[in-house]
Design a protein around this ligand. Structure first.
Ligand code: SF4
Length: 261
């Protein structure tokens, strides 16, 4: 298993992305290209990225060893234990560095720390299988359900996403949490939401988390010198989010509005 991985951020004291107080470790690299991405500096290859922030050149991403990260993260052990929290690996896409992620999760799991990952499940199922023995929870994004649109817009394969989701649901004991990034013009159409509802009902799932769109990542596109096509898109109103929430709840699916994607 890989001993070093490329990490582009570590967020302490997070109360999102899993239960309790958590440390979120952001792994670099993501093969998708969601136009709304709030962490564009994580995208593309597993290699450092350079951006120019207010005239200062900065390198994003640092190779870190498992031991270093465990030492750093365990300094907040008391918070995890007293709050029911733990460690979440996020990205980017965690499965891009699946060997390193498995190694890191194994260490935390063996220390009795609650472990979670965030994923879009866009890799062959054998990758996620290597993580499962050391995972308590998977926060699994369901975005665009139409195969053609998903491929065109974000570059993912819905049948692989479903294969991963169903593997976790049917063949493992992990706590599988479906999450719906609610993105104006991309995932919030009635057609897409109905497709998600039908999919969840067919699998007997009655609980989802909704992550409304935000603009927190917009300045990062400027630093990278990239075009940000969502610049003028308004965030959804509370009423619009509630309309979607009601679509789930009318079908008996509890919809929790989460932090922001
Ligand atoms: S999967 Fe996440 S990190 Fe990757 S492009 Fe989409 S929003 Fe960004």
């Amino acid at each position: 298993m890989s001993d070093k991985g490329l990490v582009f951020n570590i967020q302490r004291y997070s109360v999102h992305d899993g239960g309790g107080i958590r440390t979120i470790i952001f792994l670099k690299g993501c093969p998708l290209r969601c136009p709304w991405c709030a962490n564009p500096e994580s995208r593309k290859a597993v290699e450092p990225t350079t951006w120019n922030k207010n005239g200062q050149e900065e390198t994003i991403g640092e190779w870190r060893s498992v031991d270093e990260l465990v030492d750093q993260v365990m300094k907040d052990e008391i918070f995890y234990r007293t709050s029911g929290g733990g460690v979440t690996l996020s990205g980017g896409e965690v499965l891009m560095q699946s060997d390193f992620a498995a190694h890191l999760l194994e260490e935390f799991y063996n220390l009795g720390i609650h472990t979670a990952i965030e994923t879009t499940g866009c890799f062959p199922v054998k990758k996620i299988k290597t993580l499962v023995p050391y995972l308590n929870q998977v926060l699994f994004d369901l975005k665009i359900m139409d195969e053609h649109n998903a491929r065109q817009v974000i570059g993912t394969n819905v049948s692989i996403v479903k294969e991963n989701f169903e593997y976790l649901l049917n063949e493992t004991d992990v706590d599988l949490v479906p999450r719906i990034p609610l993105i104006p013009g991309f995932t919030d159409s009635s057609e897409n939401i109905k497709a998600i509802i039908d999919y969840l009902l067919a699998l007997g799932i009655y609980d989802v988390h909704i992550l409304p769109f935000h603009q927190y990542g917009s300045s990062k596109y400027e630093y990278l010198g990239w075009e940000y096509t969502m610049k003028d898109v308004d965030t959804l109103t509370k009423a619009e989010v509630n309309t979607i929430k009601n679509m789930f709840e009318d079908q008996g699916i509890q919809a929790n509005i989460d932090g922001l994607e």
